[in-house]
Design a protein around this ligand. Sequence first.
Ligand SMILES: Cc1cc2nc3c(=O)[nH]c(=O)nc-3n(C[C@H](O)[C@H](O)[C@H](O)COP(=O)(O)OP(=O)(O)OC[C@H]3O[C@@H](n4cnc5c(N)ncnc54)[C@H](O)[C@@H]3O)c2cc1C
Length: 477
Amino acid sequence: MPTEQFDLVILGSGSTAFAAAIKAAELGKTAVMTESRTLGGTCVNRGCLPSKNLIEAARIYWEAEHPRFPGLAPMALGLNFKELIAGKDEVIRSYRDRKYQSILDDSDKIKVLQGRARFVDPHTIELDGHRLVGDQVIIATGSRPTVPPIPGLEKVPYLTSDLLTSDEPIELNDQPRSLCIVGGGYVGLELGQMFHRLGTRVEVLQRASRILPDHEPEVSSALSEALEDEGLDIRTSTKIVGVEPDGEGVVVTFERQGWRQTARCDRLLVATGRRPNTDDVAIDRAGVTLDEQGFVKIDEYLRTSVAHIWAAGDVVGPGQRSQMATPVGAHDGNIAAGNALGAERRKVDHRVVPRAIFTDPEVAMVGQTDEEANQSGLRCQCGTVPISLVPRAGAVRDERGVIKMVLERQSNRVLGVSMVGRDASEVVHEAAMGMRFGATAHDFIDMVHVYPTMAEALKIVALSFFKDVSKMSCCAE
Ligand SMILES: Cc1cc2nc3c(=O)[nH]c(=O)nc-3n(C[C@H](O)[C@H](O)[C@H](O)COP(=O)(O)OP(=O)(O)OC[C@H]3O[C@@H](n4cnc5c(N)ncnc54)[C@H](O)[C@@H]3O)c2cc1C
């Protein structure tokens, strides 16, 4: 069996792995990635990129039929779902070529080998007839959809959050007339609203008593209200009893408020979270310790329980307060490679990591929620204002949403911000940057903001701790 030696062997070829490989090449070291599916991993092939592509198409389609301005008449655009999917696939391929393949083409230091990688021993990885020996190793095998034990699931065809993939048989090519989604987390809601806007009848079945249960309650209710106002059917506190085939479709039986009910849909989407890809890499032969859910355990340097093996990205789950998101993995992949190859000794710092959900209105948050701040023993105070108080929202006739700020009581230091509203995914960066430098509510108040922008929401919510913000003229002064 051919054996090759590298400075760094990386399991996976997603955004985490690429960041690590690029860092290795920058340090003049050789790196090899391995890939059992498609080069580039989840984000480019079946996650962020395809979802954001179709979400935008659905927004244009929906807004044409639901104009917010008097004087604009509703207009139905034509819809060819197959062409939308083909367009999405083209965007994926082009992005994969430009952002992933081209890096390999331009580097003599980075290689990718196709096949399922498994440890033989702590330094040796085997895949499809190759043996790779790494001085250092990074595990960046990412995650895949969790499929809960729902009675009858084995008898019905179902979709997972992988449905936007391209060039794989599990890709969805036909628009379902109706879709039952099990799960009210970010994937279920982003995809649910997208299908709803394209004309699919969508029912979201959420086990918890609210959608996005790990976010502020004000966020859950503002987003629920916005989604339900546009016609999405969201049922919380549901317990799925089972699923069964019904002609071409699926019947889902669930219990809610003591009643047994059913929902019949063309297609079923199981969007109940993601699990780490650690069960098929013979991790025991490497001696790497996993947590109870199978995520790789790491220290603050991203080192695993084995000195020369490191891990980053989705595969570490919530370890070191990480988040399963592309920029977190990429940031940490770079750090892991730097640490592994002796270039630096950097800790990861996940205290201020902004994140967003691309529903419409968007959801974004950074730092701690009210509950998290209290649990960590901090004395805090919170302010919440409706987005209708932001002049920009009124100007563009989109007043949906809310913004909440959590302050440390004594110092007024900002501990967290959550927002539902237009452009929340952009606005959150100002909050994050402020928090990196220990900003207080007064820093957001004293900062002159461009008028009228959604970023003024930060200034208004900061002011709300000190005065009645419903009684201000323009420019929040
Ligand atoms: C529908 C959806 C939408 C999303 N939207 C966003 C978003 O808008 N913004 C955002 O930041 N994040 C988003 N995410 C999350 C994001 O895609 C992931 O956090 C990110 O891709 C994780 O990167 P990674 O490199 O750690 O893992 P991955 O990208 O999953 O890469 C790991 C790779 O390793 C390969 N692999 C696994 N096991 C082996 C093995 N034994 N041998 C060889 N190869 C192996 C896998 O095939 C995979 O390609 C979304 C995810 C989904 C599902």
